[in-house]
Design a protein around this ligand. Sequence first.
Ligand SMILES: Cc1ncc(COP(=O)(O)O)c(C=O)c1O
Length: 369
Amino acid sequence: MTPPARTDAKNTPDWPAHGGRIAPLLARHGLPADHPVIDFSANLNPLGPPTWLGDWLAGADESLSRYPDPDDDRARRAIAAHDGVAPARVLVTNGGIEAIHLAAAWHAGGRALVIEPSFSEYALASRRHGIDVDRLALEAPTFRLDIDAAEAALAGVDIAFLCRPNNPSGTLIPRADVARLLARADDTGTTLVVDEAFIDFTEREERLTPLLERSRNLLLLRSLTKLFDVPGLRLGYLLGAPEAVAKLAALQMPWSINALALALAAPLLADRDYLARTRAWLAAERDLPERVRALGYTVPETHANFLLLRGGDDASEAGALFAFLLERGLLARHTHGFPGLDGAWLRLALRSSEDNARLLEALAAWRRS
Ligand SMILES: Cc1ncc(COP(=O)(O)O)c(C=O)c1O
């Protein structure tokens, strides 16, 4: 889920800034509030939270009557073991979003580079911390990053944000290209932030964690909210050089991560059965983008659990497709808040095979009409 409406992106006034806000979208399309909807707009694990989580939370009331223990490093150690890094390289955060804001706070008053279209929070967090923002556009329809252009754009930049795989396009910058940018960042003294909030939904071979050993300028951001479908819990982390982690920890609010989230990191990451079921679901559904392409739609190559689809020649045609899907109970993510897409594309999450089949049927019907 994207955070509440606070976007600097160009929004058409009658489109809610965040696509996943179902009630205003139903109202906008003249549909009743109880219109049944399958949510393809949020990129969360469709398996739902692990089944044991409800009971765990019901028995966790004791944690609520104590402040989170600042010396409790179980979450940090569990994450370190999960990612194969030293605990000193880990900072647990209140969702990936806090990690983005901490990174920006570290470079307050400086200059940032953001790629567009991408997650709007990088520019928002930069602005909040008085950072001037340079923008580098990804060209439709492939949305691939031009590494030469990105390398050149790092000059004079204090902090650069990359999203891998990129929200909303799903494109994945190859590790070799990140390594090249990192070498350049070492020359320019730029902190390279790579937001990997959706990395657990990609094939795992191209992990960036080994690059942490090579440079002090790399920060990797991760989120547990997507993978375990717990966006309300707020749990994420960043990985970096121990000195950088210490600096960012000093910028963090006291008790930033609630006691439940802190206590849950280890059992969540230890749930091998859930992770295996997630991989099995992904393996079964990963052909959705190909099947959407086969219907005649333009869909860039995606390595994420979502796809971006060209909704027509312009925002008005995409809006008509959005309405057609919503009437059939399928909620897409509009793209009015993403500079460079400006409403002409729709983002759709991979869901269960049943839901995906309904989506394909509706998309085929739209082509026929
Ligand atoms: C690319 C990206 N990074 C980070 C986040 C924030 O995730 P979290 O729920 O962990 O704060 C989001 C949420 O939508 C996202 O799309």
